[in-house]
Design a protein around this ligand. Structure first.
Ligand SMILES: Nc1ncnc2c1ncn2[C@@H]1O[C@H](COP(=O)(O)OP(=O)(O)O)[C@@H](O)[C@H]1O
Ligand SMILES: [Mg+2]
Length: 469
């Protein structure tokens, strides 16, 4: 296998200097010694949460081929002259430069994904579908920010055919520079919704910020936008300003990539798509309308790349949602089904998940909801606005957090399970109530720690309380 980077290429890309002879090759890039593989380049990043230079010794012990460090750092004296150190002025800038070099040498096609919800899911769908067409590199985990995107590009194998990057944002102005780094041939906006609206102020501002992704498109690149989203016209205007070819995906006549028919079921959806001149049937194992829309965006991107749609759809039919993003699994000895949506939450994604809950066969449907964060002054209204959707889909509701209390209090008495300050405090009340045949949706923002509820439900040895049996 060819090296990811030779030592000489590395030094040139980051304008750095090795302490000794440049290594022949590095096989991967790591920023965390816990996941470092022998042969990796370890990049010592400095952030609010810690200084990677404190882990350089451990990285080298674990077999790192080299470590990228900056002069300002406090390295232990014993390490300072290590030949494996690659010295630069600033490790963060160096990672950025390495990402840019990874992109510059790449001869394959690049797809970038942004949007208020569905980025990681769509990125994973693209990974699945594109892998059927050629070697595909995609960001691991969410990796969508100012270090995740360069890291993804720095890890891009030189002989890949496709690269998929996720681009996220919390604040205005974050998307354009990342899109410029990625230089996608195709850029997708999955959705426009009120996530991070606390920082962004309005849906209008969110749509404008998402549209900034098109500024990074290569000449002749394609913009894929959600036709049914609020402010779709703003996205279209951004695409036009960037000189992009436009593909709208949606359900209306104006959509060039259209969902024509959708049969929703607990074990997945049967969808009929019209993508340009192509008619396409897809059986998607991931249930829910939102999953079909993500799949449509993904296939529209593949059509823009001129890829084989039938082969891509075949691969996509095996796609399964990830842990915390809609994965369904039996817990408590198989007596209860868990719909694990614990990774994050916003109004749009809670509604989507409730839609899936409603599809699943169950004795009782239980929703366990934690606070949706980063909504600023919109928080209370966004939580209360879920009331109707919750009542339509769930028989019993458990809530944790200050904001979910507003939702909880808006529900009829018979629908209220329990409310607690934290997810961890909520788990015992939920466990005590569960019975055979229940389906439990667990959802909340990452910071609400709903994974603590998932952990309580999946802990080995945990049994149904029995009395209800
Ligand atoms: N297109 C969509 N519309 C609405 N909700 C969605 C969509 N795609 C995924 N979701 C929901 O959003 C949650 C987060 O999905 P994910 O793909 O991780 O989004 P992101 O990477 O944008 O944060 C999922 O658990 C699911 O509930
Ligand atoms: Mg994500």
């Amino acid at each position: 296998m060819s090296a990811l980077w030779t030592g000489e290429e590395l030094a040139r890309a980051v304008s750095g200097r090795f302490g000794g002879p440049a290594p022949e090759r590095v096989s991967g890039i790591s920023i965390d010694t816990r996941t470092l593989q022998p042969g990796d380049l370890f990049v010592a990043l400095v952030s609010e949460t810690g200084d990677g230079h404190a882990h350089v010794a451990a990285a080298l012990e674990r077999g790192a081929a080299a470590a990228l460090v900056d002069g300002s750092a406090h390295l232990p004296a014993a390490l300072r002259d290590d030949p494996r150190l690659l010295h630069v002025a600033d490790t963060f800038r160096a990672l950025h430069a390495l990402g840019a070099a990874g992109r510059a040498r790449f001869a394959g096609r690049t797809v970038a994904v942004t949007g208020s919800v569905g980025k990681t899911t769509t990125k994973e769908m693209l990974r699945t579908a594109l892998s059927a067409l050629g070697p595909t590199h995609a960001a691991s985990a969410s990796h969508n920010n100012h270090w995740g995107v360069p890291l993804t590009l720095a890890r891009l194998p030189r002989d890949a055919a496709f690269c998929v990057c996720e681009i996220g944002m919390n604040h205005p102005g974050e998307i354009a520079p990342l899109a410029t780094l990625v230089r996608p041939d195709v850029a997708i906006v999955t959705t426009v919704a009120a996530t991070h609206i606390g920082h962004m102020g309005s849906l209008d501002a969110i749509a404008r910020e998402k549209g900034a992704i098109f500024r990074g498109l290569t000449a002749g690149g394609t913009a894929i936008i959600p036709d049914d989203a609020p402010h779709a016209e703003l996205l279209a205007a951004s695409a036009e300003a960037a000189g992009a070819r436009l593909i709208r995906f949606g359900t209306g006549e104006s959509a060039e990539a259209r969902l024509d028919e959708l049969r929703l079921a607990a074990d997945g959806s049967a969808a009929e798509f019209q993508i340009g001149p192509d008619r396409l049937a897809l059986h998607l194992a991931a249930p829910g309308r939102h999953m079909a829309m993500n799949a449509l965006a993904c296939l529209a991107a593949i059509s823009a790349l001129g890829g084989d749609l039938v082969g891509a759809a075949e691969a996509l039919s095996h796609f399964a949602p990830g842990d915390g993003r809609g994965a369904l699994r039996p817990v408590l000895g198989g007596s209860v089904q868990l719909l694990d949506e614990s990774y994050n939450a916003s109004g749009a994604s809670v509604r989507a998940a409730l839609g899936v809950l409603a599809l699943l066969p169950a004795q009782r449907r239980i929703a366990v909801l934690g606070d949706m964060l980063e909504l600023g002054s919109f928080a209370r209204a966004e939580h209360e606005a879920l009331s109707e959707a919750v009542r339509e889909s769930a028989d019993i509701v458990y809530c944790s957090g200050e904001m979910m209390k507003f939702l909880f209090d808006s529900l009829p008495q018979q629908t209220r399970g329990a409310h607690a300050a934290t997810a961890r405090d909520l788990a015992p009340a939920l466990l005590a109530e569960l019975r055979v045949g229940d389906v439990v949706l667990v959802k909340g923002s990452y910071g609400s720690r709903m994974r603590d509820v998932v952990a309580a439900l999946t802990q080995p040895g945990t049994q149904l309380a029995g009395a209800h049996g």
